[in-house]
Every structure is written in structure tokens, then in C-alpha cells.
Design a protein around this ligand. Sequence first.
Ligand SMILES: Cc1ncc(COP(=O)(O)OP(=O)(O)O)c(N)n1
Ligand code: 3NM
Ligand code: MG
Length: 213
Amino acid sequence: MPDVKNAPPVLQPDVFYPIVPDAAWAARVIPLGVRTLQLRIKDAASADVLPQIEAALAIAHRHGCQLIVNDYWREAIAAGADYVHLGQEDLVAADVVAIKAAGIRIGISTHSIEELDTALAAAPDYVALGPIYETKLKAMKWQPQGLDRIGAWKQRIGALPLVAIGGITPERADGVVGAGADSVAVITDFMTAQHPEKRIETWLAWAARQRLA
Ligand SMILES: Cc1ncc(COP(=O)(O)OP(=O)(O)O)c(N)n1
Ligand SMILES: Cc1nc(C(=O)O)sc1CCOP(=O)(O)O
Ligand SMILES: [Mg+2]
């Protein structure tokens, strides 16, 4: 188990930001030393959502990991999550004031300058840009953004943390951070690995090197 006793308070997503589909995956990867995790539940029975968030949050906080809840902002408030992640459509439907009043930080997806302006108007705690590379996870109307867009986003948002997502692998991650991203969010690379835990360990070693750089 990682030593979290002397860890400084974490105010932004870690440089390695894995995303998992359920609490069972959260229990599998958090104890390896993951410091920031998004729980991205899709296709769950609604009665199952809050218990999954609560279970993931308990594991996360036991291990000094911040939990970001995707989409389910009401349940995130009820459970006391660290962050909520909202896409542009989620943002329209969400009560941002209530999320912030609950002390929960907010991350927002962006894919175009117009979406970035919309996101910034909500005063988020981080902005995500994607897909940087082609993603196999879901069909997207957006073409891969490429590395240059990362620099353009970072110039525009300044000190606000920038999370890059979409098709990111350990081989590509140095380039993504070098272009200006503060964090890389990852799903397919480790979820489809033959040994997901080993792949997470590869990512954690990369993250440790980033923190020293
Ligand atoms: C870090 C991060 N970036 C983007 C997304 C995608 O959010 P959204 O567009 O709302 O799509 P869903 O993930 O809800 O299908 C994300 N979840 N995390
Ligand atoms: C869930 C998601 N949202 C994206 C966006 O651009 O908003 S890309 C994406 C999937 C990214 O994961 P992978 O590492 O599997 O390619
Ligand atoms: Mg969403």
C-alpha cells in the first residue's frame, strides 16, 4: 500500500488519470498506487449507482486517491466525491452551483474553441481536451485533435489544469505532456492489456518519472 501519511494535499488531477467502468475495477487498480481515478459508470441500474460510488470512494480515500465521478453529479454530491466530470451535454443539465456548494470540484470536456468558452464560463477546476488520438472506446464526431491543439488550449487556459484524453498510451504520453497537458486520462490502454495491473504499474512508473522531471 502506498504511504499516504505524509502526502501533500492534492489540488489537481494526478498526471496519470485512469478511468474505470465500475467499483470492482476501482478496487482492482486503486491499491496499486493510483492517485486520481474517474468512475465512469455507463449502463448501470440507477439503484446501483450510489452504492458503487460509495464503494469506490471508500477504497479511494483509504488509499489517498481522489475520486472523480463521471455524469452522476447528484449521486456524487450525496456520496461526497472529490470531483464531478461533465461533458457539454451533461453541463447543460447539471446544477453547477449545487455541485460547487457541496465542495465538489468540476472537470469539463471540450472538443472545440466554442466548447472551451462554454466550459470556462462555468469556472471549472480542470478542462479536458479530446480525443487527442483516435479512440476505440466510443464513436466520436470529433477528429483527433493532435498535439498542437494541446498547446493552444494551454495557452488559453493558463494555470487551469488541462487533462488530455483519447488513444493515449505510455509511448505517446511524453509527447502529450510535452505539448502542455497536465494529466493524461486513459481507458483502453490498460483495460484491454493482457495484464491490466502490470500496465497500470507501467503507467505509475511513468507518472513517478513525470513528478521528478
Ligand atoms: C477526462 C474526461 N474527458 C472526457 C470525458 C468524456 O465526457 P463526456 O463527453 O460526457 O462522455 P462520457 O464519458 O460521459 O460518455 C470523460 N468522461 N473524462
Ligand atoms: C470517454 C472519452 N471521451 C473522450 C473525449 O474526447 O471527450 S475520448 C474518450 C475515450 C478515451 O479513452 P481511451 O483511452 O480508451 O481512448
Ligand atoms: Mg458525460
